[in-house]
Design a binder for this molecule. Structure first.
Ligand code: URA
Ligand code: SF4
Length: 195
C-alpha cells in the first residue's frame, strides 16, 4: 500500500519525467505532454489511447469531443471526473492522431505502469483497442476482439494487486454514432457492479 503522501509525490515525479521525456520521437511534434489527471486516491482509473488535438493544446486528457462523452458517461453512473484518474497509453500526441506504434507503446508504458502502481485503483477501465489489449495482456489475459469483450469484467488477483479490468469501446467511437453511445452507457454499468 502506498501512502497518500507517497502517491502524490510519485505522481508529481511521473508528471515531471513525462514533461522532460525524449525517449520516443513524439516529443518533437507535441505541443504539450499529457501525463494524466485526477485524484491520486481514485478507485477507478480510465486509460485511453493517446492525446488528440485538444489534449495536446491543453496538456490534459480527454478534453475534446471524446472527453465530453466520457464525462456524460461518468455522470450516468454517478461518478465525477475529479474523483477518478484519467491517463493514456501514450503521453504525447501522435501526428495527425495516427495509431500508436508498437515502439512508442513500449517506450511510454513504463509511465502508465508507475501510475497504476501509485494509484492502485480497484477498477481499471480501458478505453478502446490499444488500452484494452495492453492492459489485458499485462495482467496475463488473452486479448480478444472488442466486439466480444466490451463491458466484461476481468479479475486481477495476485500478490501486488486485487482489482478489476473492464474493457470498453473508445468514447470517440460514439461521437457521431448514437448507437455506440447506448452500448457505452450500458457497458458503463459494469463499473458500478464492482465498485
Ligand atoms: N482520446 C484518447 O484516447 N485520449 C485522450 O486523452 C483524448 C482522446
Ligand atoms: Fe516520452 Fe511517451 Fe512522449 Fe514518447 S510518447 S516522448 S515515451 S512521454
Amino acid at each position: 500500500m502506498v501512502s497518500l503522501i507517497e502517491a502524490k509525490k510519485e505522481i508529481k515525479q511521473i508528471e515531471q519525467d513525462v514533461a522532460g521525456c525524449r525517449i520516443c520521437s513524439l516529443w518533437k511534434t507535441r505541443k504539450n505532454p499529457v501525463a494524466g489527471e485526477g485524484s491520486v486516491t481514485a478507485k477507478v482509473m480510465f486509460i485511453g489511447e493517446a492525446p488528440g488535438y485538444n489534449e495536446d493544446v491543453q496538456g490534459k486528457p480527454f478534453v475534446g469531443k471524446a472527453g465530453k462523452i466520457l464525462e456524460e458517461l461518468l455522470k450516468s453512473v454517478g461518478l465525477e471526473r475529479k474523483e477518478v484518474y484519467i491517463a493514456n497509453i501514450l503521453k504525447c500526441r501522435p501526428p495527425g492522431n495516427r495509431d500508436p506504434l508498437l515502439e512508442e507503446i513500449k517506450a511510454c508504458t513504463p509511465y502508465l505502469n508507475k501510475q497504476i502502481m501509485s494509484i492502485q485503483p480497484s477498477v481499471i477501465v480501458t478505453l478502446g483497442n490499444f488500452a484494452s489489449s495492453y492492459i489485458l495482456e499485462k495482467f496475463g489475459f488473452q486479448t480478444e476482439k472488442m466486439g466480444k469483450i466490451h463491458g466484461k469484467i476481468f479479475r486481477i488477483k495476485n500478490l501486488l494487486f486485487d482489482a478489476w479490468i473492464i474493457p470498453l469501446y473508445h468514447p470517440a467511437a460514439a461521437v457521431y454514432n448514437p448507437n455506440m453511445k447506448k452500448v457505452l452507457m450500458e457497458d458503463f454499468k459494469s463499473i458500478t457492479k464492482v465498485l
